[in-house]
Design a protein around this ligand. Structure first.
Ligand code: PLP
Ligand code: COI
Length: 366
């Protein structure tokens, strides 16, 4: 199990817990957990913390899940000063609740905070927020195949102020949503739409941060993807290099066994991708993080040098890409077995079915 670096000077927070008196009863919960879908149902509680320029992090609470009271002048509603994370909790066969590499999500949240001029939440507080929520909502962690509790930490500028500057008052929340497969078709190859007229990120922009604006920018092209019979959209940089999908990284498998994934400072550094690539390296595969042009992708598929293409992310896990569609062409993608083998290896670790040899798991309920 991972030992998280801890800051010995940081006292644990004392959370004030208010139980939800109208929490779902066990049969209502069981009905939701039988088929949770993705992102549509929420647990009974949420965690929140405030931050102010003067007081730092304060007022840690666990409260009933419910509407947030916010000034209509809150800066986030006007200037989008917001960041978030996505991480899952898994039920193991022994009943324990574990999460996966939370130190990495905590670090990325801090990187996103720096880019969005938000305060950095200490890793210890991030972890404590996960534990506090699981302490009250552990029954919401499902135990079905490929099911998990999706945890959504987020932070936003709550200060009521219309001047354009970093907010002096910020809120951090953690909510949770039981999850099944992200794509309704399960783990069948997905179709990807090439966004040729819209970019997700810019050089020097916020592409590497997990901030709402990047997702807002992806929605119009995502609608184009749906209109064209595709599940997700893939973005290019201004030089025609492949970046990533709206909510997932992309990996190309070459005939010689090399795995190649786009590297750039406008891509979200995926924790799933990093883990999958580590597992592939353990198997003896070479891994390259470098620019990949659309031309290289298309030529590689045409020549047989690219033998598999897959998407990966916390929500989608690992999903093969079966087709790349654009205005002028449709390229069928080759499918092999590696993506699904790596998916199985990763999920076996996450669900406690295989040895956690990298020390990636952290228990949340003990
Ligand atoms: N890229 C984007 C834009 C995402 O939203 C995500 C999902 O979080 C990823 C990549 C994959 O990141 P991770 O594997 O850490 O979930
Ligand atoms: C995640 O995988 O955690 C994401 O944030 C992606 C989103 C499409 C749900």
């Amino acid at each position: 199990m991972t030992l998280i670096d801890s800051d010995a000077t940081l006292e644990p927070l004392e959370f004030a817990v208010t139980k939800n008196l109208t929490a779902k009863n066990p049969s209502e919960r069981a009905q939701i957990l039988a088929d949770p879908g993705f992102g549509a149902h929420f647990t009974d509680h949420m965690v929140d913390l405030c931050w102010s320029q003067k007081g730092g992090w304060h007022r840690p609470r666990v409260q009933p899940f419910g509407p947030i009271s916010l000034s209509p002048a809150a800066a986030v509603l006007h200037y989008g000063q917001e960041i978030f994370e996505g991480i899952k909790a898994y039920r193991h066969a022994d009943g324990g609740v574990y999460t996966f590499r939370p130190d990495q999500n905590a670090k990325r949240l801090r990187r996103s905070a720096r880019r969005l001029a938000l305060p950095e939440l200490p890793t210890e507080y991030f972890l404590q927020s996960l534990r506090e929520l699981i302490a009250v909502d552990a029954d919401w962690v499902p135990s079905g195949d490929d099911q998990s509790l999706y945890l959504r930490p987020f932070m936003f500028a709550s200060e009521a102020f219309l001047g354009v500057r970093p907010a002096n008052k910020v809120a951090y929340y953690l909510i949770a949503s039981p999850a099944g497969a992200y794509f309704t078709g399960g783990v069948t190859p997905v179709k990807i739409w090439l966004s040729e007229h819209h970019a997700r990120a810019a050089k020097g922009g916020t592409g590497a941060a997990k901030t709402g604006g990047n997702y807002a920018a992806s929605l119009l092209p995502q609608s184009e993807a749906y209109e064209n019979g595709c599940d997700q959209v893939v973005f290019l940089d201004p030089d025609g290099n492949v970046e990533e999908l709206g909510g997932m990284n992309v990996v190309f498998v070459h005939a010689d066994g090399t795995l190649v994934t786009p590297a750039s400072d406008s891509i979200l550094e995926g924790i799933t991708r990093d883990s999958i690539l580590a597992l592939a390296e353990d198997r003896g595969h070479t891994v390259e993080r470098r620019s990949v042009s659309l031309q290289e992708w298309r030529d590689g598929v045409a020549s047989g040098d690219i033998v598999e293409v897959f998407a990966c992310g916390t929500a989608a896990v690992v999903t093969p890409i079966g087709e790349l569609r654009a205005e002028g062409f449709t390229d069928t993608q080759p499918t092999g077995t590696l993506a699904l083998e790596l998916r199985k290896e990763l999920t076996d670790i996450q669900y406690g079915r295989a040895e956690d040899r990298h020390g990636w798991l952290v228990r949340l309920d003990a």
